[in-house]
Design a protein around this ligand. Structure first.
Ligand code: PLP
Length: 629
C-alpha cells in the first residue's frame, strides 16, 4: 500500500486487505469489516465465463459503487450543515450536481434519489443535459434547483420555462447578455414568470490549468457593465423580481481555501449590490471547483492536488458569505454549489488487464558468435574485435561506443542487402547483452494493456491529468519490475508514462502467462466517460454496479452491461452493420462452395459485430477459427 500511496489518495474508501487485494469501503470510515468489498472478487464475478457463476463480461470494466456516491453526497451536505450551524449562518446549503461530470443515467438518478432528503438538485449546460435533468428531477425534491447554465438559444430557454410550468425549479442563468432578450420574449410567449440568475465574470483569478477561463478576461459570464445593463433592462420590463440568483465559477480544482474565500467574498459583494439595486436575490451559486487530491500530497502548487477537505471548503464558503452579508446587513442567501468532481470521482474504478510485457533479450547462449562474426564485413568485424578487447579490459564506456558503432554498420549493411536477417537479429542480442553487462540497459518494461487511453482516460492524453493507477491484487508481494503502460491503439500517444508522485514508471509484478494481471484506475468518475473518443473504434467499457450485501462475498452485482460492440462503434461513424454483414454474406455465397463452411463463416462474422473491440480473453478460441476459416 505504501509503495502506491494508497492510504494517501484512497482513504477512506480504498485500502489493502489481508489477501493483498484492494478492498473498497463503500461507507468510508463507517464501513464495518464484514462490509468491505474485495475488488478482485468483483472483477472475477463480472468477467468469469457464465459457467462458473460469473457474468462473462469482457474487460475493460467500469465498477460503480452507488454507496460511495451516496457517502460523498451526504458528506458534502453534512460539511455545509456543520459550517452553517457552527457559524450561526441564517440560511441553508442546497447543492446541485453538474451533470456534465458524468451524465450516466444511473449516476444522475442515484444522486437525485440520495439527495432528495436535502433538496439536492441538478445543473445542466446544454439542451440534452436539460432534458435529462428535467426528467430525473421529476423524482426529486420539489424544492431542488435546476440550474440552467451554458450558451442558450430560444429552444433551450423555452425548455427551461416549460420546466417551471411543470413545477420544476428551473433557474435560467444568463451566460451572455443577449440571452436576456430571448428570456423576456419566450417567457411572454409561454406566459411563464421566469426565475433568472446571472453568471458574473469575477476579477478573482485561479491560476492553475483549470482556471484559465477565470478572471476579468475569462471566457464566461457577464462583466460588471453588462450586469448593470441587465438589471436596468429587467427593471424597465418590470421583471427585476425575477432576478434571484448570482452564479460564478472560477474553475475546477481550486487549490486553496484562501483563493476560494477570495472569490466567494467578491461574489458576495456583487450579491449585496444586486440586493441594493432592487433584485429579489435569494441564492448565491458558487459553481464548481471543490477539488480532489489525486495524489494525496495535499500540495497547493499542482493541478492534481488540493490542500483542503470537504469541511474546510464548506467552512471557508460559509464564512466568506456571512462576513460580507453581515457587514452590508443583507439577509443570508441560500448557498448553492455545483460540485461535480468532488461528488462522482471516487465512485467508479476502471479495471483493465495487462496482457503482455516487453520481453527480456534472449540469452547470449542462443547466439552462435562464430557464425555471426563470419557473416560480417571487414569494418564491422574490426568493431567487434575492438568491442571484445574493451570488454576484456573492463572498459564499459568504450564497450558501449563500439557496440553502437557495430550496430549502426550492421543496419546499414542490412539496408544495402548485404547482411541477412539472422545476423541483424544477432547484433541486437549482442548489443542488448553489452548494455546489460555494462549497467546501461533501460530497466523499464512496457506492459501492454487491454484499454484505449483515448476512450477511458482522455484527460491523461488531453491535459496530462494524472490518476492513481494500481494493481488491484498481489499487493502483499513486492513488484519485480517497473513499467509503463501501452494501450491497444496504434497511436504513439496511447501510453501512460507519467504517474502520481512524479514517477515516470510504475512498480509492477511479473506477468505469469497471458493476462490475469489486473490494474485499476481510481478517482476517474468525473469527466472521463463523457469526454472519451473512439480512436481506432475502441468504445466504452463494460459496466457493473456493485452494492454492499449480506451474501458470502459481502457484495452483489445489481446491474451488468457489456461495453459497446463493434457494431455499436461502427454505427457511431454512420456505418450500418446490418448492411455490412449482408454484403459479406453475399461474398460468402459467391466464393465458398461448401454450404456448411459458408454457414459457419457467416455465423462467425455475425458474432464479430456483437463482440467488443477490445482483446477477448483467451483469443485463440475465437468463433472465426471455430468456423475453420
Ligand atoms: N459548474 C460549471 C459552470 C462548470 O463549468 C463546472 C466544470 O468545469 C462545474 C460546475 C463543475 O466543476 P467541478 O467538477 O470542479 O466541481
Amino acid at each position: 500500500a505504501a509503495l502506491y500511496k494508497i492510504d494517501e489518495w484512497g482513504a477512506p474508501y480504498f485500502a489493502v486487505n489481508n489477501s493483498g487485494d484492494i478492498s473498497v469501503r463503500p461507507y468510508g470510515t463507517a464501513t464495518l469489516p464484514h462490509q468491505e468489498i474485495d475488488l478482485l472478487k468483483v472483477v472475477k464475478k463480472a468477467s468469469d465465463p457464465d459457467s462458473s457463476g460469473g457474468l462473462g463480461l469482457p474487460l475493460p470494466l467500469l465498477v460503480r459503487f452507488p454507496d460511495v456516491l451516496r457517502n460523498r453526497l451526504e458528506n458534502l451536505q453534512s460539511a455545509f450543515d456543520l459550517a452553517i450551524q457552527s457559524q450561526g449562518y441564517e440560511s441553508h446549503y442546497q447543492g446541485v450536481y453538474p451533470v456534465k461530470c458524468n451524465q450516466d443515467r444511473f449516476v444522475v438518478e442515484d444522486i437525485v434519489k440520495f439527495g432528495s432528503g436535502f433538496r439536492f438538485g441538478l445543473e445542466a449546460g446544454s439542451k440534452p443535459e436539460l432534458l435529462l435533468a428535467m426528467s430525473c428531477l421529476c423524482n426529486g425534491s420539489a424544492e431542488a434547483l435546476l440550474v440552467c447554465n451554458g450558451f442558450k438559444d430560444a429552444e433551450y430557454i423555452s425548455l427551461a420555462l416549460i420546466g417551471r410550468k411543470l413545477s420544476l425549479n428551473t433557474v435560467i442563468v444568463l451566460e451572455q447578455e443577449e440571452e436576456l432578450d430571448l428570456v423576456i420574449e419566450m417567457s411572454r410567449k409561454l406566459a411563464v414568470r421566469p426565475v433568472i440568475g446571472l453568471r458574473a465574470k469575477l476579477r478573482t483569478k485561479h491560476s492553475g490549468h483549470f482556471g484559465s477561463t477565470s478572471g476579468e478576461k475569462g471566457k464566461f459570464g457577464l462583466t460588471t457593465t453588462q450586469i448593470l445593463r441587465v438589471v436596468k433592462k429587467l427593471e424597465n420590463f418590470g421583471m427585476l423580481d425575477c432576478l434571484q440568483l448570482l452564479h460564478f465559477h472560477i474553475g475546477s480544482q481550486i487549490p486553496t481555501t484562501a483563493l476560494l474565500a477570495d472569490g466567494v467574498g467578491e461574489a458576495a459583494q456583487l450579491y449585496c449590490e444586486l440586493v441594493r439595486l432592487g433584485a429579489s436575490m435569494k441564492v448565491i451559486d458558487i459553481g464548481g471547483g471543490l477539488g480532489i487530491d489525486y495524489d494525496g500530497s495535499k500540495s497547493t502548487d499542482s493541478d492534481i492536488s488540493v490542500s483542503y477537505g470537504l469541511e474546510e471548503y464548506a467552512a471557508a464558503v460559509v464564512n466568506a458569505v456571512r462576513f460580507v452579508c453581515g457587514r452590508k446587513s443583507v439577509s443570508h442567501p441560500v448557498i448553492c454549489s455545483e460540485s461535480g468532481r468532488a461528488i462522482v470521482s471516487h465512485h467508479s474504478i476502471l479495471i483493465f488487464e495487462a496482457v503482455s510485457s516487453s520481453h527480456e533479450a534472449p540469452p547470449m547462449s542462443e547466439l552462435s558468435l562464430q557464425y555471426f562474426v563470419e557473416g560480417l564485413a571487414e569494418e564491422a568485424r574490426a568493431d567487434y574485435r575492438n568491442l571484445s578487447d574493451a570488454a576484456i579490459r573492463g572498459e564499459n564506456e568504450t564497450c558501449l561506443i563500439y557496440a553502437d558503432q557495430l550496430k549502426q554498420r550492421c543496419v546499414e549493411q542490412f539496408k544495402e542487402g548485404s547482411l541477412g536477417i539472422e545476423q541483424l537479429a544477432a547484433v541486437d542480442v549482442l548489443c542488448e547483452f553489452v548494455s546489460k553487462a555494462t549497467g546501461d540497459s533501460d530497466p523499464i518494461r512496457t506492459y501492454n494493456v487491454n484499454l484505449s487511453v483515448f476512450t477511458s482516460i482522455p484527460d491523461f492524453w488531453g491535459i496530462e491529468q494524472l490518476f492513481p493507477i494500481v494493481p488491484i491484487h498481489k499487493l502483499d508481494q513486492r513488484p519485480g519490475a517497473r513499467g509503463i503502460l501501452s494501450d491497444l491503439t496504434c497511436d504513439s500517444d496511447g501510453k501512460i508514462d507519467k504517474f502520481i508522485g512524479g514517477e515516470s514508471s510504475l512498480p509492477l509484478h511479473d506477468l505469469e502467462g497471458r493476462g490475469g494481471y489486473y490494474l485499476g484506475m481510481f478517482l476517474g468518475g468525473a469527466y472521463q466517460e463523457a469526454m472519451g473518443g473512439f480512436h481506432n473504434l475502441f468504445g466504452g467499457p463494460s459496466v457493473v454496479r456493485v452494492s454492499q450485501s449480506d451474501g458470502p462475498h459481502s457484495f452483489a452485482v445489481t446491474r451488468a452491461v457489456p461495453g459497446q460492440s463493434c457494431g455499436d462503434v461502427l454505427r457511431v461513424m454512420q456505418h450500418e452493420p446490418e448492411l455490412m454483414f449482408e454484403l459479406l454474406r453475399h461474398r460468402i455465397e459467391e466464393f465458398v462452395q461448401n454450404n456448411d463452411d459458408g454457414m459457419a463463416l457467416a455465423k462467425g462474422l455475425a458474432s464479430s459485430f456483437h463482440h467488443m473491440p477490445y482483446l477477448a480473453a483467451g483469443s485463440s478460441s475465437c468463433c472465426l477459427t471455430a468456423a475453420n476459416a
